[in-house]
Design a protein around this ligand. Structure first.
Ligand SMILES: C[S@@+](CC[C@H](N)C(=O)[O-])C[C@H]1O[C@@H](n2cnc3c(N)ncnc32)[C@H](O)[C@@H]1O
Length: 234
């Protein structure tokens, strides 16, 4: 966190990042049709994502994996890896190496930074999730706050691969925000994951975020003390 804050605050002020965080959150919650892989356009939004949502997603992924008592596979595929935090949180449980898949070259560069700073072995692949060439199972697969950005055709294509992977022994963790309208396909997927022997959960955590992350959320008018997600685990 220290090094990410140092990097971004060389270019942008706290007020600029907070303003971008507000706009980014508004885009996510209120204007979902404008997204589809374009959420992180512009430096301010990239900084806001890296300094606010990144740490939150790291903590959420870490806490969910701990609560599920998840083992750490040797290879972890982080789908829509963004700044690489979800894969890093899993690898830090037991030493796996991460392959981050994302469309966006800028965030992949940040993911490399995250893995280096957290001492995780990792590399990025710039690819569309629906076109990714999958390794043979078993691997670990995490899709944190990403599948809601896919259209239905890509989501279905991805599901067929995820099902094949789980049947081949891969472990799968899907995370999405608690808000129902962000992922209207959730109940359907929860049923599919249950049919594979998996489970669906909702999580609410009381976890202290670093002070600077908390302050950024407060400045953007958010409620940073609220930390939660829903998960599918197979
Ligand atoms: C909300 S961010 C989540 C990032 C990260 N998983 C996390 O938890 O912080 C969604 C990410 O998915 C990526 N993404 C969206 N659609 C994609 C697609 N079709 N293929 C690959 N990446 C995609 C975006 O570039 C973005 O980095």
């Amino acid at each position: 966190m220290e090094s990410s804050f140092a990097r971004w605050t060389r270019e942008l002020t706290h007020a600029e990042i907070a303003r971008a965080l507000k706009a980014l959150t508004r885009d996510y919650v209120q204007r979902r049709s404008r997204l589809r892989g374009e959420a992180l356009t512009g430096k301010g939004k990239q900084a806001a994502f890296a300094l606010y949502y990144g740490p939150r997603h790291f903590v959420i992924t870490r806490e969910v994996l701990a609560a599920l008592d998840a083992p750490t596979p040797a290879t972890i595929i982080d789908l829509g890896c963004g700044t690489g935090v979800a894969g890093a949180a899993w690898a830090l449980r037991g030493g796996g190496s991460v392959v981050g898949v994302d469309l966006d070259a800028n965030v992949l560069a940040q993911a490399v930074h995250t893995w280096r700073e957290t001492g995780v072995r990792g590399g990025g692949v710039r690819a569309h999730i629906a076109k990714y060439r999958w390794p043979k199972p078993p691997v670990g697969i995490v899709a944190a706050f990403t599948i809601n950005e896919l259209d239905e055709a890509d989501r279905e294509k991805l599901w067929r691969e995820l099902e094949r992977q789980v049947q081949g022994g891969s472990r799968l963790l899907v995370l999405e925000p608690l808000a129902t309208r962000i992922a209207p396909w959730w109940q359907d997927w929860a049923g599919r994951v249950a049919a594979l022997g998996g489970r669906a959960d909702e999580w609410h955590f009381d976890n202290e975020l670093p002070e600077r992350v908390h302050l950024l959320g407060k400045s953007a008018g958010l409620r940073p003390e609220r930390l939660g997600a829903k998960s599918l685990w197979a």
